[in-house]
Unconditional design. Structure first.
Length: 211
């Protein structure tokens, strides 16, 4: 009798549980992914542009390259001839939760002269033109609004000639152009052109600097 009772208890313990269990849906990993946005800017020599934006808080990557010309993957020498129509640019990746696109544009406009056509300082040629090469329609709208506001405010004596067009035919520049100012601080152009620009930038935007 006891043995039979024990068998019944074992069978009961092994019986499948018919209780309904509700599984929680898997958490969307996209919610945890770090937000990022990309904009491509031209403001003269890309060594200068790269050096500035590498120090902007919220910017996570800066890559020097060429874009918006007729050549798919031009060399630096080809771009310097002016025959490719390419601009020297920097592809900037940033966290919009830390630095807004408008703040990126504020740094952009205040660290070069957007009123000189195809030139910045002693650098002359179409590759040195001022340009905002947008990746989204929202960027286009914001860029056009900021440019209009600056023009109406008379921020510069001459009209702004910065072109605002979609990014096209972008290619990364040669490796020796990447991190140029950081790797070559004593090179002549870096000492006499980029270093003074960086000093001015740091004074104008102390709250935008990376720690």
């Amino acid at each position: 009798m006891l043995k039979a009772a024990a068998v019944l208890l074992i069978l009961a313990a092994c019986a499948p549980n018919t209780e309904v269990v509700t599984l929680k849906p898997a958490q969307d990993k996209k919610d945890d992914a770090k937000k990022s946005e990309v904009i491509t800017l031209g403001a003269g020599c890309f060594w200068c542009v790269e050096a500035v934006f590498q120090e902007v808080k919220g910017v996570t990557a800066v890559e020097s390259g060429y874009s918006n010309g007729t050549a798919e993957k031009p060399t630096y020498e080809e771009v310097c001839t002016g025959k490719t129509g390419c601009a020297e640019v920097c592809k900037i990746t940033f966290d919009p939760d830390v630095v807004s696109f408008k703040e990126i544009l504020s740094v952009f406009f205040k660290t070069h002269d957007p009123t000189t056509l195809n030139a910045q300082g002693n650098d002359h040629g179409t590759q040195y033109r001022s340009g905002i090469y947008y990746h989204t329609e929202e960027q286009k709208k914001t860029a056009e609004q900021v440019k209009k506001e600056l023009g109406e405010a008379g921020a510069w004596k001459n009209p702004i000639v910065t072109e605002i067009v979609p990014i096209a035919k972008y290619s990364k520049a040669e490796e020796y152009h990447q991190n140029y100012f950081r790797r070559n601080p004593n090179q002549g152009y870096c000492r006499f052109v980029i270093a003074p620009k960086m000093e001015k930038f740091r004074k104008v935007f102390p709250d935008k600097l990376q720690k």
